[in-house]
Design a protein around this ligand. Structure first.
Ligand SMILES: O=C(O)CCC(=O)C(=O)O
Ligand SMILES: [Fe+2]
Length: 256
């Protein structure tokens, strides 16, 4: 967290040394937001880091302000990911390794280090607009003492309390589909703060791009039909980006 804050307090010139632009085109790696032309901007700044697959991890492009801490955190959090996925499979009476076995060595893990500067018009702009994360699960570390994260339940928004040292786990769209809706992806947003800046670190754990997202066959029978159609992860994630700029959710298009 401290390293992340130090990075975002650097002059733009320093931050841009880690830019996500290659020949002027933003990639899903590096410093800077992915903006399509018709997209309105959320009030935040971010760095994306590709963690897995390992051959796509390019440590030399990671800001040195938090490189070592992030690498250690990524390794530890993957162990926790597997424990959480096993517990979730057990809850559904699936084989314990049902979800973990989908996380192959080509599975995608990436981290986002988010920075929300103080915002002069907090009632007019989101830090991060309402969305659910697309992958299996997300671990979120949020800045201590600074609220702003909210989750939606039954159409109402609730503040997520910030507790030092706590790890927040979000279910993502991929796990909602694979669990046939038994687990629901958490819709969340960040509201801006007029005075304080805020940091968060999100670790997104997914399957690999070629894996077909579909409800686990063991959860289906005549009385419990599939509630989501199938789609390759790659296409699903592309669909999320397109729907996101329109303030829509891709998962709604998957429901049968
Ligand atoms: O900053 C936060 O608390 C949430 C960030 C988030 O939702 C995301 O990176 O997907
Ligand atoms: Fe999110």
């Amino acid at each position: 967290m401290d390293g992340a804050r130090e990075f975002f307090h650097q002059p733009l010139e320093t931050r841009q040394k880690f830019s996500n632009l290659v020949d002027g085109t933003p990639r899903h790696k590096g410093y800077g937001c992915l903006l399509s032309q018709d997209q309105t901007i959320d009030w935040f700044d971010r760095v994306h880091l590709a963690i897995d697959p390992e051959d796509e991890r390019d440590l030399s492009s990671w800001p040195h302000f938090f490189r070592d801490a992030m690498l250690e955190y990524a390794g530890e959090s993957k162990k926790t990911r597997d424990r959480v996925l096993r517990a979730m499979a057990t809850l559904l009476e699936l084989e314990e390794d049902h979800f973990v076995s989908k996380v192959t060595d080509r599975a995608i893990t990436f981290a986002a280090v988010n920075y929300y500067p103080p915002c002069p018009a907090p009632d007019r702009v989101f830090g991060f607009r309402p969305h659910s994360d697309g992958r299996l699960i997300t671990f979120l570390l949020a800045d201590k003492d600074i609220g702003g994260l909210q989750v939606r339940k039954d159409g109402r928004w609730y503040n997520v309390p910030t507790k030092p040292g706590s790890l927040l786990v979000f279910v993502g769209d991929s796990l909602e589909i694979m669990s046939n809706g038994a687990f629901k992806a958490a819709v969340h947003r960040v509201v801006t703060n007029p005075v304080k800046d805020r940091i968060s670190v999100a670790m997104f754990f997914g399957v690999d791009g070629d894996t077909v997202l579909e409800p686990a066959p063991a959860l289906l029978d005549e009385t419990r039909p599939a509630r989501y159609r199938k789609m390759r992860t790659k296409e699903y994630i592309q669909g999320i980006l397109e729907h996101y700029s329109l303030y829509e959710r891709m998962i709604e298009t998957m429901k049968i």
